[in-house]
Design a protein around this ligand. Structure first.
Ligand code: AMP
Length: 173
């Protein structure tokens, strides 16, 4: 099954800039069987981990994948958004990009203390985004069950700094 999913992901060289091999999942999302299998595989990574109250999906592809995963796990969905998008009170965390920095936000009242949270995104690359979102869930005193990614770029060591949480990916590159 993972070979079928892998075959549906399109590699685009030199996007968004020279030297980056972009793993484009739009070709997977538009395939009906691929979309269903992806959702099922992602949800299955943590299906034996007890009740999950909330899936936190990271903008933007984490929204696309996280929402059906939340439905399958019978959890609610919380968006982690780019700055300035969420209308009510937020907690915010800054993190470094290759050039400069950015931040990510979650509504302060979206996660109650003790809620069991699964964080979902499409790609674990350097892990900067995942570490920032993990920090926000910690700040709101959510209990992190783990982080689930469709694919993991092993060479970029995204797991560094996340040693104390469970990380699973469907595909490894
Ligand atoms: P990072 O914070 O470095 O782990 O990367 C965060 C986000 O960047 C991921 O969720 C992806 O959406 C995107 N990303 C980084 N590298 C790639 C890549 N090679 N192909 C596709 N998406 C990528």
């Amino acid at each position: 099954m993972t070979d079928q999913l892998r075959a549906l992901i399109r590699d685009v060289p030199d996007f968004p800039k020279s030297g980056i091999l972009f793993r484009d999942i739009t070709t997977l999302l538009s395939d009906a069987a691929g979309l269903r299998s992806t959702t099922h595989a992602l949800a299955g990574l943590f299906a034996e981990s007890g009740d999950i109250d909330l899936v936190v999906g990271i903008e933007a592809r984490g929204f696309i994948l996280g929402t059906p995963v939340a439905l399958e796990l019978e959890a609610g969905f919380v968006p982690a958004r780019k700055p300035g998008k969420l209308p009510a009170d937020v907690v915010s965390a800054s993190y470094d990009l290759e050039y400069g920095s950015t931040s990510i936000e979650i509504h302060t009242d979206a996660i109650q203390p003790g809620a069991r949270v699964l964080i979902v995104d499409d790609v674990l690359a350097t892990g900067g985004t995942a570490r920032a979102v993990r920090g926000l869930v910690d700040q709101l005193q959510g209990e992190i069950v783990g982080l689930a990614f469709l694919l993991e770029l092993r060479d970029l060591n995204g797991r560094d700094g996340l040693d104390d949480v469970r990380i699973e990916s469907v595909l490894q590159y």
